[in-house]
Design a protein around this ligand. Structure first.
Ligand SMILES: CC(C)(COP(=O)(O)OP(=O)(O)OC[C@H]1O[C@@H](n2cnc3c(N)ncnc32)[C@H](O)[C@@H]1OP(=O)(O)O)[C@@H](O)C(=O)NCCC(=O)NCCS
Length: 151
């Protein structure tokens, strides 16, 4: 993809773990469990060797938790998060995921624009409830959202 100022941005999985953690920390997103996660389900938007944005997913059978959507402050507003989310959802569909869920404290309006709706936390499937994002890392006040993916 191209972004506004002409940089060529490439999306690929397995982003560099150190850069990933740094980008999440910059946007105050949880990093405590990153070491234990399969970065096969994490995608980075990269321009040359600079990581501009990331998005990740934890699959639980036909459900998945979307997480860690984060774009560098100086690269926001250029469609990078939109492209990452689209990429992630395509990856989810390729794994047989039908329902995606997420927790957010700040970006609910962004996700509503991309087809997510706010649902009660109690409606989360068991796999999602057991994720550390859900049970430990994200505060109880975080907004819980759902989207049914078209297969
Ligand atoms: C939310 C975030 C990922 C969006 O990244 P981005 O690359 O700027 O998003 P895009 O360029 O694809 O989309 C931008 C559009 O979404 C809107 N948008 C961006 N952040 C938004 C937010 N928090 N709430 C509502 N709308 C938002 C912009 O106004 C813009 O609208 P426009 O297309 O009408 O101009 C980025 O702001 C970010 O990293 N925030 C901090 C971390 C965070 O809250 N992540 C979500 C946790 S799950």
């Amino acid at each position: 993809m191209m972004v506004e100022d002409g940089f060529d941005v490439r999306i690929a999985n397995h982003p560099d773990k150190v850069k990933l953690k740094h980008l999440l920390e910059q946007n105050n997103l949880p990093v405590d469990d990153i070491e234990t996660l399969d970065l096969q389900h994490f995608f980075g938007a990269q321009s040359t060797d600079t990581l501009l944005g990331v998005a990740g997913m934890e699959p639980y059978g036909s459900d998945a938790l979307v997480r860690s959507l984060s774009v560098r402050a100086d690269a926001q507003g250029q469609g990078i998060a939109t492209a990452l989310l689209k990429h992630l959802e395509q990856h989810a569909v390729s794994l047989g995921v039908q329902q995606t869920y997420l927790l957010t404290e700040t970006a609910d309006r962004f996700f509503i624009r991309h087809g997510y709706t706010i649902v009660p936390r109690a409606t989360a499937p068991a796999g999602i409830q057991q994720s550390s994002q859900f049970s430990v890392l994200c505060p109880a006040s975080a907004i819980f959202m759902h989207k049914a993916l078209a297969s």
